[in-house]
Design a binder for this molecule. Structure first.
Ligand SMILES: *[C@@H]1O[C@H](CO)[C@@H](O)[C@H](O)[C@H]1NC(C)=O
Ligand SMILES: *[C@@H]1O[C@H](CO)[C@@H](O)[C@H](O)[C@H]1NC(C)=O
Ligand SMILES: *[C@@H]1O[C@H](CO)[C@@H](O)[C@H](O)[C@H]1NC(C)=O
Ligand SMILES: *[C@@H]1O[C@H](CO)[C@@H](O)[C@H](O)[C@H]1NC(C)=O
Length: 266
């Protein structure tokens, strides 16, 4: 049996990767540096973006309000790339402003590309993490950059929902988001089988014709936020149930019997 070897390699590389992330935690000048957060901000030129200090979202328990009342201060720095010189950011308060645990760009520009580090500190404590921001232009004659697309798969004649991704920061909680959908950057008269509701485009029965690039557009103040998802459609998989590789069938029966016994006990 040859299968376990690639599986082991896969497992090993997965573990190695997660270890790498953890071991990247370093300490410079007494500041714990968590390096670059896995989440990348990707926007088009002219779109607003909010970069949140990731420390408050998975690295430390405290939220910004907490940290502030504990007397910690939050500082922001920018560098053009990893390992490059970090400079303090000057906020003009209009296009770029510091708001609670985040930086807002209203809107982002090509010059904003880089790494943004937030440093939370007092005289005895210091934590740092960086977030990367990628800003790109539309592809020629398109309303999206093909390198910034999201991807979804659907099965022929099944139903499929496409949600406008990563827009939470641009939706006012009290209001229902007003989203306009485009296909291949064009307005469309959607067929009856396709429903638009809140942030989702629902296809009741997927047709081959549904393959393509769906752009959702959300108004945000004077700006728009756009996200593009490429939908691929595959033929339905065979009707036969998938073969169970593990546990082998004889063990399976033993397990089923056990489950049945447990079930009758209840
Ligand atoms: C911060 O955490 C405190 C305590 O857990 C909570 O009461 C407060 O609502 C949080 N603040 C924000 C802005 O999430
Ligand atoms: C600095 O912050 C840490 C973490 O909140 C806290 O434990 C420590 O007492 C603070 N030090 C000073 C000098 O305020
Ligand atoms: C991208 O395309 C949209 C739609 O064609 C257009 O409104 C927008 O101005 C374009 N953005 C840039 C940065 O070219
Ligand atoms: C979706 O977008 C990609 C990249 O722009 C393009 O190559 C592809 O042809 C598009 N799909 C359709 C169905 O137009």
């Amino acid at each position: 049996m040859k299968a376990p070897i690639p599986l082991l390699i896969l497992l090993h590389s997965t573990i190695a990767q997660s270890l790498k992330v953890v071991s990247k935690r370093g300490s410079v000048d007494g500041c714990t540096d968590w390096s670059v957060d896995y989440l990348k901000y990707k926007v088009l030129v002219g779109e607003p973006v909010r970069i949140k200090c990731a420390l408050f979202y998975g690295y430390i328990r405290a939220n910004y309000t907490h940290a502030q009342s504990a007397g910690l201060s939050l500082m922001w720095y920018r560098s053009a790339g990893h390992g490059d010189f970090e400079e303090p950011i000057s906020f003009d308060g209009i296009r770029m402003s510091k708001e609670e645990d985040a930086i807002w760009f209203r809107p982002a520009d090509l010059q904003d590309i880089g790494l943004y580090s937030c440093v939370l500190r007092n005289s005895t404590y210091c934590m740092k993490v960086s977030m990367s921001l990628i800003v790109a232009e539309n592809d020629t004659d398109l309303c999206y950059n093909s390198k910034m697309r999201y991807f979804e798969k659907a099965e022929l004649s099944k139903s499929k929902d496409i949600t406008c991704p990563d827009i939470e920061d641009y939706v006012l909680s009290a209001k229902e988001p007003e989203i306009v959908w485009y296909k291949e950057c064009k307005s469309k008269q959607w067929r009856q089988n396709i429903l638009l509701k809140k942030d989702t485009l629902s296809i009741h029965e997927v047709l081959e014709d549904d393959i393509g690039n769906y752009t959702c557009e959300l108004q945000f103040g004077n700006f728009v936020v756009r996200r593009t998802t490429e939908l691929t459609v595959t033929a339905p998989l065979t009707e036969k149930p998938p073969k169970i590789l593990f546990p082998p069938e004889n063990k399976m029966t033993a397990m089923e019997i056990q489950i049945e016994i447990l079930a009758t006990w209840r």
